[in-house]
Design a protein around this ligand. Structure first.
Ligand code: OGA
Ligand code: MN
Length: 216
C-alpha cells in the first residue's frame, strides 16, 4: 500500500456541498482500492477469529440486542493496524475540512467495522436524536469488492421532509456516504451477500460549534 494520498480538495468540496444543500452525499470512488482491500481482509480475518460482536441499539443502560432491528456484527476501530490508522487519518482530514467550511466544532470520531451476514438488515432509523448533541455527521465506507447485481444490501436514504426514498446505494468497495446524523433517515435492506463496511460518527462537544440546517 502506498502512502495515503490526501483527500482531493474537489471531492471534499462536493461532499460539503451535498451536506449543506441536501444533508447527504454519496461518492462511489472516495476510498482507495488498496485501503479497502486491506480493511476488507482485516474484517474477514476478524470474522474467522470470531472477534466481532452482535450489534445492539441504544447507549449505556439502554443498550440491547434487537435482531428484528439490526443483524450486523461489529468491532470498533482501535488503530491496531496500518489500514485502520490510514482510514482514521483520512477521517481526520474530513473532520478538519468540515470544521473549516461549516464551523461544526466536530471534535471526535468513532467508527466500527460492520459485517452483515446474508439475511441481515438494519431497519430505517436516525443515528442521533436532535438536542442530545452527540453524533453530528455519519459516515459509511464500503469494503466488499465486486458487489453482485442481485446482492441486495443497499443503503436507502430517505427525505427528512416527506419520507420518500431519495437514494439507494450499492455497498461496493470504494463507495463512501456522508450524512447529517440527526436528520437523515436511512436503512440497510436485507443483504444476500456478506456485506462489509465501516460506519463512523463525528461527534461534537455540546458547548461548541453550530448546526447545519440544510436548505432542502
Ligand atoms: C449504521 C448504518 C448503514 C450502512 O450503522 O448506523 O446505518 O450502510 N449503517 O451500513
Ligand atoms: Mn445508521
Amino acid at each position: 500500500m502506498s502512502d495515503s494520498p490526501r483527500l482531493p480538495e474537489a471531492r471534499l468540496g462536493e461532499l460539503i456541498d451535498g451536506l449543506v444543500t441536501r444533508g447527504w452525499h454519496v461518492d462511489t470512488s472516495f476510498l482507495p482500492d488498496a485501503l479497502c482491500g486491506a480493511l476488507h481482509a482485516e474484517l474477514e480475518d476478524m470474522t474467522a477469529r470470531e472477534a466481532l460482536v452482535a450489534a445492539g441499539i441504544g447507549r449505556g443502560d439502554g443498550h440491547h440486542l434487537r435482531r428484528d432491528v439490526r443483524g450486523d456484527a461489529i468491532r470498533w476501530l482501535d488503530r491496531e493496524s496500518q489500514a485502520q490508522r490510514r482510514y482514521l487519518e483520512a477521517m481526520g482530514e474530513l473532520q478538519q475540512a468540515l470544521n473549516q467550511a461549516l464551523f461544526l466544532g466536530l471534535f471526535e470520531y468513532e467508527a466500527h467495522f460492520a459485517r452483515y451476514p446474508p439475511g441481515a438488515f438494519y431497519r430505517r432509523h436516525l443515528d442521533s436524536f436532535q438536542g442530545r448533541a452527540n453524533r453530528v455527521v455519519s459516515t459509511v465506507g464500503y469494503l466488499t469488492p465486486g458487489w453482485p447485481a442481485d446482492g441486495g444490501g443497499e443503503m436507502v436514504i430517505y427525505s427528512p421532509d416527506d419520507g420518500s426514498e431519495v437514494a439507494r446505494v450499492r455497498p461496493e468497495a470504494g463507495t463512501f456516504v456522508c450524512f447529517l446524523a440527526e436528520t437523515i433517515p436511512h436503512e440497510v435492506l436485507p443483504t444476500r451477500w456478506p456485506r462489509a463496511s465501516i460506519a463512523g460518527w463525528f461527534r461534537r462537544n455540546a458547548s461548541l460549534g453550530g448546526r447545519i440546517d440544510p436548505a432542502r
